[in-house]
Structures are given as C-alpha cells and as structure tokens.
Design a protein around this ligand. Structure first.
Ligand SMILES: C[S@@+](CC[C@H](N)C(=O)[O-])C[C@H]1O[C@@H](n2cnc3c(N)ncnc32)[C@H](O)[C@@H]1O
Length: 351
C-alpha cells in the first residue's frame, strides 16, 4: 500500500464512529430508505423537504456518507445509494450486525480496555447491572432486546432446515436442547417430527420466556416439551441422562475453553454411550466469505465487553481439541451450505 493510501485508511479508522453514526442517523431519519426508493436520485433540498430536516443537517450527513462511499452524486447534484449503501439498507446480515452493534455494543465498547484487562464484561453496565448479558436478556429495553434477538436468530434460523435433516436421520425420541433460548429449535423440531420430545435447558429467565412462547403460540406442541431451568456455570448443576440427542446451537461459544470442557463433562457424566451430541457453531476458520469471518471476529469482542468477558467465536480446531480432552470423538463434521455459516459437529462419547 502506498503511504498516502495508508494515511487515508488510518484516518478512516480514526473517524469510523462518525461514519457509523452518520448511517444510523440517516436510517433513523428515513433518508436511506428515501434514497433506496428513488432510482434517479434526490437533491439535498428534496431530502430536506421530505424529512423536515434543515439543509444544513442533510448536507453534513451526505458529505460524510459520500466520502465513505455510501452514497454518490451525479452532475445534477442528485444523490443515490452506492452498492455499499444498498447493502446497508437491504442486506439482512448487515442490518442484523448494524443494529446489534448500535443498540447492544456501541456504548459498551468504550469500556473495552477495562474488559480486556479484568476479563469482565465491563461494558455491560451500559445496559444494566448483571454479571453476564444472559441474566439480563429478558429485561433489556424492547428495542435493545429486538436487536439482540434479531442478531442471534439471523445466524441460527437460516441453518435450522438443514440441521433438522441431519439430526432426524437418527429418528431421536428425546432431544435435550441445551441453551434453548426462546424455544425456536424446540418448536422447529417438535413440528418436524410429531413423536419427538424435547427438554429445554437454559437460565430460569429464558425458560420463562420459552415456556410462555410455546404455550401461547404453539399449544399443539406444548405436551411434548419440558423445561429445565439451570445455570450450567454453577459447579453443582447437572445434565441428566435420558436423551438420545444432546443439541447445542450457538451455545458453547458463550463460554471459556475451561467452561466448555466442564459442560461437556456434565453431559458425559450421565449420557448413554449411544447418545449423540450435536454442536452447531459458526467457526471462524470455516467461513467462505470475508464478510462472514469479519462479523464473527467482531462478535468475539461482544463476548469480551458485553456478554461475559471470557468467551469468543472459536476456530474449529479449538473445539476439536476440547472435545477430545473431554472424552468425545467427532463422528462427522457437517458443513452447512444453504445460506448458512454453520458447521455441525456430530459427536459420540469415546469408548
Ligand atoms: C447465543 S444463545 C443461543 C440460542 C439458541 N440455541 C440459538 O441457536 O439461537 C445462548 C443461550 O445460552 C443460554 N445460556 C448462557 N449462559 C448460560 C448458563 N450459564 N446456563 C444455561 N444457559 C445459559 C442463554 O440464556 C441463551 O439462551
């Protein structure tokens, strides 16, 4: 890279929050949608009229957005979205990442140095007084909760269809959905197979939400769903035997390497040797697109500063190492393809 280009890149980083908040403001004031809707472009005056914002306000935002190549101007001073701008307003992954960054992480990231130094989620106090974000999920402000769940669900929902085909090849009768959250997988699997029973394991606050969600919105499935409120970080907590499938989707990345091993050992303690453990994760070394890897690496810092201070998005090699250490063997690694970022590790207790 030439020195002048590097200087420009360095200054883009120095001003990156300005660009981020410019896009956020243009979204909140409806300017991004207005630009999306009119192919021939809009002048600053037209945008000012339509949004009831001063020409000064539109000008400072548009100058920043133009410099950042989010919008472009033609000879008649009409602005349109660039491809980057288009993805910011209409690409589901980018939107989930954007709102998650803004609502959940933006203020908290100010405390990153403290979080790294103390291995504590030092930014979490910006949202509430909890030890981990998981204890506070159900009490987040509505708009923050929406951003967290849309981010979480964006990544797992797209993979459930393909995952169901893999898990139900074995015709399980009893699944334990560990870290089952609002019950999305439980609903998907009990709808997929009319005989399967599922028990959701999660923190008491989440179990309450999952139970209400299933009983109110899916009463036909409710008789086949059981609930186990549990804090799996509590050393005295147990995961009982009795399941033929132990399912953990985007769950183990919420923990440190030592905690992951401890949870796997809790499963091993009571599970039958015939049982299968399926672990669905987005591994940073399994991604086909640079945007996906970038999203995951950034998500690690969410774990550092907001979630718990000690977990991350892992490379598959780390999980392989921990599984072997805990006494599991990977029977098969399923790389999902249909619009998905996930890998499913199919594991058995080593004999
Ligand atoms: C990232 S979400 C994954 C949700 C879901 N399985 C999915 O694929 O979308 C992680 C879940 O783990 C739960 N969890 C986090 N820490 C936990 C703990 N110590 N004990 C039990 N569940 C926990 C959270 O409450 C949350 O529902």
């Amino acid at each position: 890279m030439k020195a002048l280009d590097a200087l420009f890149e360095a200054n883009k980083i120095a001003f990156s929050p300005f660009v981020f908040q410019t896009v956020n403001t243009m979204m909140e004031l409806g300017m991004m949608d207005l630009l999306f809707e009119t192919k021939e472009g809009q002048t600053i005056g037209q945008i000012a009229d339509k949004t009831s914002i001063s020409k000064y306000g539109v000008t400072v935002l548009f100058e920043m957005a133009e410099c950042a190549e989010i919008i472009e101007r033609d000879e008649q001073d009409r602005y349109t979205l660039t491809k980057v701008g288009f993805f910011l307003v209409r690409n589901p992954m980018t939107l989930a990442n954007f709102h998650f960054t803004n609502k959940i992480n933006y203020k908290g990231l100010f405390h990153l140095t403290e979080a790294i130094r103390d291995e504590k989620p030092a930014g979490l106090k910006e949202l509430g007084e909890w030890k981990t974000i998981y204890e506070g999920l159900s009490s987040l402000k509505e708009e923050d909760k929406k951003a967290w769940f849309e981010f979480d669900h964006h990544y797992s929902d797209n993979s459930f269809g393909e995952a169901l085909k893999i898990i139900f090849r074995q015709h399980p009768k009893q699944i334990f959905d560990i870290g089952g959250n609002t019950g999305k997988w439980t609903i998907a699997s009990t709808s997929h197979d009319e005989n399967v029973k599922v028990t959701i394991f999660d923190l008491p606050q989440q179990i309450k939400i999952a139970k209400a969600n299933i009983e109110d919105n899916h009463p036909n499935l409710a008789s086949r769903v059981n609930y186990q409120p549990v804090n799996l970080l509590d050393p005295s907590s147990e995961i009982p035997g009795g399941a033929d499938v132990y399912w953990m989707s985007q769950f183990l990345d919420c923990f440190s390497e030592e905690e992951i091993e401890a949870i796997l050992l809790k499963i091993k303690k009571h599970a039958s040797t015939d049982a299968t453990v399926f672990i669905m994760e987005t591994f940073i070394d399994d991604q086909r697109f640079p945007a996906a890897k970038y999203s995951l690496v950034a998500t690690s810092l969410y774990f550092t500063v907001m979630a718990n201070g000690n977990s991350k998005m892992y490379a598959s090699s780390v999980f392989k190492y921990i599984l072997a250490k805990a006494g599991f063997e990977i029977v098969k690694s399923h790389q999902l393809h249909e619009n998905s970022f996930h890998t499913i590790l199919e594991c058995k207790i080593k004999s």
